[in-house]
Design a binder for this molecule. Structure first.
Ligand code: 5GP
Length: 347
């Protein structure tokens, strides 16, 4: 008989922060920087723990150049060549502290990752990204990569439950990517019926990871700065964004003009668009689990960064957290039936 877990699981839209008395005078006093030492690599990180997704539209070298100025992080997508990486490292060595090289779990991916890490020794982060982090094969893959790169910090995912977070950490990963189905261009929930409401996934996975001195990334589902704050409030160490960073100058792709309005293309990494671009069509055995959308063109990503960081500082002020580090300890969420009186996100 199938089991039904009847515990209520929540999404960002189901909660709001309860304001708390605070001695902070202004949001400019809030410190968003965090310092972490990672469990397996033993490396130390300092920065504002917001990450551009390793999608080919947002995980670009151009994005990294702007984000790293603010100490934000970029997981660079896996489709750049070793030569591209060499040029980037030679011309922008200051960015290398805040970028990761991404890889899937295929043999060709691993070979390329090894070549990139050899060509760019200053690169310290690896992002191992598969749609379904629950396969035994992926666990073995994480162990293999950890064996080859004992000192690199490894991000791995995606998963949404505590037991799998623990297994990946014990297999050598430092930071676990959490999120199945919440992405703005993800159709996994529609195509497969699989998923987990993101706020609850983050609360539960953070607890498991922190018990082992590991870390997590809340990946996907943030559609406005308030959602980013809620992910941190729920216990995420890092928050990854795709859609919120889409449509900017720093994203790949051309600006499209339609009826006097400007757009840029944004698509899931397993959408028809991405599949056609990189592997010449959707492989027969898998459904496309990503959408393609035209997002309004939004100019320089600097403005969006300011908006997100400003929102986050303000959240901290409302709950009396002088530092981002204190936000989850100061968080009480209230359940709501409506989190905002007009649709969030978009322009
Ligand atoms: P967003 O910030 O746009 O809500 O979510 C970004 C995340 O969506 C990415 O970091 C990645 O985990 C996920 N994602 C990107 N492309 C796809 C796709 O084609 N299919 C699915 N299922 N998820 C995707």
């Amino acid at each position: 008989m199938p089991r039904v877990d009847s515990d209520l699981k929540l999404d960002f839209k189901d909660v709001l922060f309860r304001p708390k008395r605070s001695s902070l005078k202004s949001r400019s006093e809030v410190d968003l920087q965090r310092t972490f030492t990672f469990r397996n690599s033993k490396q130390t990180y300092t920065g504002i723990p917001i990450i551009a997704a390793n999608m080919d539209t947002t995980g670009t070298f151009e994005m990294a150049q702007v984000l790293s100025k603010h100490t934000l992080f970029t997981t660079i997508h896996k489709h750049y060549s070793v030569e591209d990486w060499k040029n980037f490292a030679a011309n922008h060595p200051e960015c290398l502290e805040h970028v990761a090289a991404s890889s899937g779990s295929g043999n060709a991916d691993l070979e390329k990752l090894c070549a990139i890490l050899e060509a760019v020794p200053a690169l310290k982060y690896i992002c191992l990204d598969v749609a379904n982090g629950y396969s035994e094969y992926f666990v073995e893959f994480v162990k293999t990569v950890r064996g080859k790169f004992p000192k690199h910090t490894i991000m791995a995912g995606n998963v949404v439950t505590g037991e799998m977070v623990e297994e990946l950490i014990l297999s050598g990963a430092d930071i676990i990517k959490v999120g199945i189905g919440p992405g703005s261009v993800c159709t996994t929930r529609i195509k497969t019926g699989v998923g987990y409401p993101q706020l609850s996934a983050v609360i539960e996975c953070a607890d498991s990871a922190h018990g082992l001195k590991g870390h997590i990334i809340s990946d996907g589902g943030c559609s406005c700065p308030g959602d980013v704050a809620k992910a941190f409030g729920a216990g995420a160490d890092f928050v990854m964004m795709g859609g919120m960073l889409a449509g900017h100058d720093q994203c790949s792709g051309e600006v499209i003009e339609k009826n006097g309005k400007m757009y840029k293309l944004f698509y899931g990494m397993s959408s028809d668009t991405a599949m056609k671009k990189y592997v010449g069509g959707v492989a027969e055995y898998r459904a496309s689990e990503g959408r393609t959308v035209e997002v309004p063109y939004r100019g320089d990503v600097e403005n969006t960064i300011r908006d997100v960081l400003g929102g986050l500082r303000s959240t901290c002020t409302y709950v009396g957290a002088a530092k981002l580090k204190e936000l989850s300890r100061r968080t009480t969420f209230i359940r709501v039936t409506q989190h905002c009186s007009f649709p969030a996100g978009g322009d």
